[in-house]
Design a protein around this ligand. Structure first.
Ligand code: SF4
Length: 183
């Protein structure tokens, strides 16, 4: 099986979920949200086709990563390949976050997407909406997006949000640039 990726795996990210994470940048997104930060990842013919097996081997070589983050592009458009990657991450003791422009309910109603959902710990769902953009949000670009605890949501049959990421970041509101930073 192959997966179309926009870039190499990116270890050591601290902005794509909690802790230190490796980002899997998938290529191809149908949503075309105005203001998207990654428009180069939209083309379904772009990026590079890579054997999933190669990605799994790269995951095995990672050191000191808390988890992986499926991003893009929209990883849900390549559910089957992402499912294999998510399973491997779990086998290696890493948790799995996934960003998508689809929403949780849509994924529940699509068998292939639901299978992926069952291997995801936290889903950040919904399109990016420029008018709702804020820099004070945890791990998401606009306030409409939801940071969903997938395991609890599936167990309870309703969307359960990750409580600690719901409020805006207070420290950002009072941030002042230290004088020793010259940029
Ligand atoms: S879903 Fe994400 S990658 Fe796709 S257009 Fe929207 S912001 Fe960009």
């Amino acid at each position: 099986m192959k997966i179309r990726l926009a870039a190499d795996l990116q270890p050591d990210s601290i902005v794509d979920g909690p802790g230190v994470r490796t980002v899997v940048w998938t290529q191809g997104c149908p949503h075309h949200c105005p203001g998207c930060h990654n428009p180069m990842t939209h083309d379904f013919e772009g990026g590079a086709l890579v054997e999933v097996e190669e990605v799994l081997k790269e995951l095995e070589q990672l050191k000191n990563q808390d988890g992986i983050t499926l991003s893009g592009g929209d990883p849900v458009c390549q559910s089957e390949a992402c499912l294999e990657i998510a399973k491997k991450a779990h086998q290696l003791g890493m948790d799995v976050w996934c960003y998508t422009g689809f929403n949780y309910e849509q994924m529940l109603n699509n068998p292939r997407q639901r299978a992926l959902l069952e291997e995801i710990d936290v889903l950040v769902d919904g399109k990016f909406i420029q008018e709702l953009k804020s820099y004070n949000l945890y791990f998401k670009g606009s306030s409409n997006q939801r940071i969903i605890d997938v395991k609890n949501s599936l167990q309870q049959g309703k969307v359960v949000l990750v409580e600690k990421y719901q409020n805006e970041k207070e420290e950002m509101n009072t941030y002042k640039k230290p004088e020793y930073i010259f940029i």
